[in-house]
Design a protein around this ligand. Structure first.
Ligand code: ADP
Ligand code: MG
Length: 663
């Protein structure tokens, strides 16, 4: 359904498109990220610092003063509850046009002494705005009122049909979809919102489970030629490693070897904390494949990580006669040609590389296993695409955002899961300190003396997805600042996501080679790069990151045998933020941290464009709503076993691309 049909102008349409809203369906699932409850209180009940909502009569003409670039303040008086209230508005000069004797509805903060700082205002009658009001994520050019209007138009112009089959709807006493969508955008009362959420969450989980379980059935039907290899050789190689593998690593390897030997394709996720030793598990899988005479492809998200894997894999496997090579897009043409040639004629057993591994010109002699590292970069749909790249190949995905096992079996329902919960012995937990400061002022001396001892340091600034320009300025400014204040001998560089891949890789490589001491970066360094001497990390505005993300980030330090340190800087005074960050100081357990993270992050964040690899439910909260998730899982199993009775469900499942769990 086109947005034009609900009276969206072309200009506004463009803005909506840039927010990822392309159709009426997208619009209706642009759910409020929170609700405000508007209640009017008499003036003598107002308390200082409190949010107030009222309708006033303008009794003095607005006076505008401008200062600085594009900055202004407007002041005027209104009469409310027989009191004269002084209003202050920042940076909205157009309010000058409001006329004396007209009414205005104000939402603002009471500063005490008859003064209110206005946050929002409009000229609509207050009676129409009482109750629960949705608050949407918006962008310049689209405001809350526009969205409310479009929602209303959409709900009036279209009747949205039910997806949930009638028997289940009756069983759980769920309201109709159309009504649920109406109430989520125009709730009026708490109870309506609750009913609407129950319905939409259930539908969201049900769709997700249907797809996941269907995929799983599909996978189980794909057969392949079982791999035959001498297992003793693999255990011998494991014995020859300079350290003993943990029990969890061994179990993961056993799971995988079983999968490889079976004549069903493997579709397995290995999840484990940063530093839990997932790479070796992958290496043993590739060895098995090579022994069976089949090629493996080891896919890394970045070139630098690919190079690192290349070094690790060849170190372990080449002594056993396994040929390992590297392939990425910026490789010299001649070299690429040689690698491609040798891949085609089967001389290469293991190829390590980036997405270049799946370009059309790359042909394999007999690809039998694909491993994707740091799976959190891939969503469900990308996983499917990877799977389709090969013909009946085994797939192994590795995730460093581990989640509790029970949750994993629900969320990664299309895959089998091996969890590595135990870290190698002797690993020193990173010492994490919360610094309630906005700068490095109090810790700078400590950091510099670590560097003097030969350590390297990461300094991370927050990446705000919607406003990259601001972040880049942050990184660059911080760099300028530090460069001009610190002695020459501290060599530094900066890195951010807007740089080209080549540039990023080059900087990272020279950091690995210890050509400089301090790397100032956005969270682009998140993914598994190993820098032996990087033992210190400072994270600015730490409250802006997710817990799991910080845990990932700090996993970059203390990779060698030296003690790693992480400083979390924050100027936030919000007790919840501080409590959250404290979790990181108290725990080094990625499973525990991800659980806390999932519990704390709001639905808006879960949707995150960051591709956590954890499905982006818009409404459903996988921890709080785990009972709905469980029920939906069982119902999905029942429905799938009985598809002929549910043509609409069947149609949904057979739809090729799953773009959201809502449509
Ligand atoms: P991740 O799970 O984050 O990918 P890696 O596979 O990169 O972790 O392993 C981190 C480091 O730990 C590597 O240097 C690796 O050689 C080492 N390692 C892996 N397993 C063990 C073990 N069982 N005992 C000691 N060190 C190990
Ligand atoms: Mg890794």
């Amino acid at each position: 359904m086109d947005l034009k049909e609900i009276k969206v102008t072309p200009k506004k349409k463009e803005i909506l498109n840039s927010m990822g809203i392309d159709s009426v369906e997208d619009l209706l699932t642009h759910y409020p990220f929170r609700y405000e409850e508007n209640v009017v209180k008499p003036f003598d009940e107002w308390e200082k610092e409190e949010k107030v909502f009222f309708e006033g009569l303008i009794i003095s003409s607005p006076r505008l003063s401008r200062f600085g670039y594009k900055k202004s303040v407007t002041r005027f008086k209104v009469l409310y509850d027989e009191e004269e209230i002084d209003l202050t508005l920042f940076n909205r000069p157009w309010i000058q046009n409001f006329k004396v004797n007209s009414k205005i509805t104000i939402s603002g903060k009471y500063e005490g002494n008859y003064k209110v700082t206005v946050m929002q205002y409009n000229s609509q009658p207050i009676e129409e705005q009482l109750g629960i009001v949705p608050v949407y994520n918006v962008k310049d050019g689209i405001n809350q009122r526009d969205l409310r209007k479009y929602m209303k138009n959409a709900l009036e112009a279209f009747q949205i049909g039910n997806f949930i089959p009638t028997d289940l709807q009756q069983k759980y006493k769920l309201i109709d979809k159309h009504k649920a969508l109406y109430y989520i955008h125009f709730p009026v009362k708490r109870e309506m919102l609750k009913q609407s959420m129950r319905c939409l969450k259930y539908e969201e989980f049900l769709k997700f489970q249907l797809k996941m379980q269907y995929y799983k059935h599909q996978n189980e039907e794909i057969t392949k030629q079982a791999k035959e290899f001498d297992e003793a050789k693999i255990y011998k190689a494991i014995d020859n490693l300079p350290f003993k593998l943990t029990d969890d690593q061994m179990n993961a390897i056993k799971d995988i070897l079983e999968d490889l030997k079976s004549n069903h394709i493997m579709y397995r996720l290995v999840q484990g904390d940063v530093g839990s030793g997932k790479t070796l598990v992958a290496v043993m899988a590739m060895y098995a494949s090579a022994l069976a005479g089949q090629q493996s492809a080891f896919l890394a998200p970045t070139e630098i990580l690919a190079k690192q894997h290349m070094a690790n894999v060849s170190k372990v496997l080449e002594p056993y006669g396994v040929r390992v090579e590297l392939l990425f897009s910026s490789l010299a043409t001649k070299e690429k040609k040689r690698v491609n040639e040798e891949l085609r004629n089967g001389e290469i057993d293991v190829i390590v590389g980036t997405h270049a591994l799946f370009q059309n010109e790359v042909e394999y002699h007999n690809l039998g296993l694909v491993i994707a590292d740091e799976q959190h970069r891939f969503g469900v749909e990308q996983r499917r695409k990877l799977l389709e790249k090969g013909e009946n190949v085994d797939f192994l995905l590795m995730s460093a955002t581990p989640i509790p096992r029970t949750l994993a079996t629900s969320l990664y329902g299309d895959m089998d899961v091996s969890s590595i919960e135990e870290l190698p012995k002797g690993r020193k937990p990173i010492i994490t300190t919360l610094v309630k400061e906005s700068s490095m002022r109090t810790i700078l001396q400590d950091v510099l003396s670590y560097i003097d001892e030969g350590n390297q340091c990461y300094i991370v600034c927050p990446a705000i997805e919607r406003n990259d320009e601001y972040v880049m300025r942050n990184v660059e400014e911080l760099y300028q600042n530090m460069r001009s204040t610190l002695p020459e001998k501290y060599r530094m560089h900066y890195l951010h996501g807007k740089m080209s891949t080549e540039e990023k890789d080059e900087i990272m490589q020279s950091f690995v080679n210890k050509e400089f001491d301090i790397l100032i970066a956005t969270s682009v360094i998140e993914v598994g790069v190993d820098v032996k001497d990087a033992n210190i990390m400072v994270i600015y505005d730490a409250e802006r990151f997710g817990l799991s993300q910080i845990h990932q980030l700090r996993g970059r330090v203390g990779r060698g045998d030296k003690q790693g340190y992480c400083y979390l800087l924050t100027k936030s005074k919000d007790p919840d933020s501080l409590k959250r960050l404290q979790i990181l100081c108290d725990s080094n357990d990625g499973f525990e941290i991800s659980k806390q993270d999932l519990m704390i992050r709001g639905p808006g964040d879960m949707l995150g464009k960051r591709q956590s690899g954890i499905p982006g439910f818009i409404l459903g909260d996988i921890i709080m709503d785990d009972n709905i998730l469980e029920v939906a899982k069982q119902d999905a199993t029942d429905l799938l076993g009985n598809l002929d009775h549910y043509p609409q469900i069947k149609q949904y499942i057979l739809k090729k691309e799953l773009t959201s769990f809502i449509d």
